[in-house]
Design a protein around this ligand. Structure first.
Ligand SMILES: Cc1cc2nc3c(=O)[nH]c(=O)nc-3n(C[C@H](O)[C@H](O)[C@H](O)COP(=O)(O)O)c2cc1C
Length: 153
């Protein structure tokens, strides 16, 4: 059994829906051998990351950067995971009112340090909220889980 960890900050109804759909995609009935663990950034620990075979991070963009909660998560898990989780398959989605690039650059700097392996281009969900955003996070969850399930990642 593989373990997929999904860590998202969800400060609004829309972002709760995005996280929910990401988890729903990962738990698709076609997925046989992957268990999905959803945690808020405050709940998620270094041990959760150490146990994971793949990770999806979802963050809002606040003040031109990743949310403070996601930054706190990275600050807590960085050194405990640095040596032992290199190559961890990861994917990122960003919900931004307008932009999202500052968040992408900031997260990618940390990921470069951690040496995790990007398995999908960052999913940038910017502008007025549309239902298509939740479809994209669902697809991302399914993509990651299917790759773990099939031994591709
Ligand atoms: C304090 C604060 C700062 C924000 N700063 C930015 C920002 O710098 N760039 C941006 O694109 N959106 C910004 N936003 C918008 C949020 O990214 C957006 O409200 C959040 O992703 C929730 O999306 P929703 O409105 O669809 O629920 C900010 C929101 C808040 C509350």
């Amino acid at each position: 059994m593989k373990h997929l960890l999904i860590v998202c900050n969800t400060p609004s109804e829309n972002t709760r829906l995005l996280a929910q759909q990401c988890v729903a995609g990962a738990e698709d009935t076609d997925i046989d051998a992957v268990t999905t663990l959803f945690k808020t950034p405050l709940e998620a620990t270094a041990d959760d990351v150490i146990r994971a075979d793949g990770i999806i991070i979802g963050t809002t963009e606040n003040f031109g950067a990743m949310s403070g909660l996601i930054k706190d998560f990275f600050e807590r898990i960085y050194y405990p995971c640095l040596e032992i989780k290199q190559g961890l398959p990861y994917a990122l989605y960003i919900r931004a009112g307008l932009d999202g690039t500052g968040t992408q650059v900031g997260v990618e700097k940390i990921i470069t340090g951690l040496r995790w392996r990007e398995i999908h281009a960052p999913v940038l969900l910017k502008g007025d909220y549309t239902d298509h955003f939740a479809a994209q996070t669902r697809e991302l969850g399914l993509y990651m889980a299917a790759g773990l399930d099939n031994g591709i990642f």
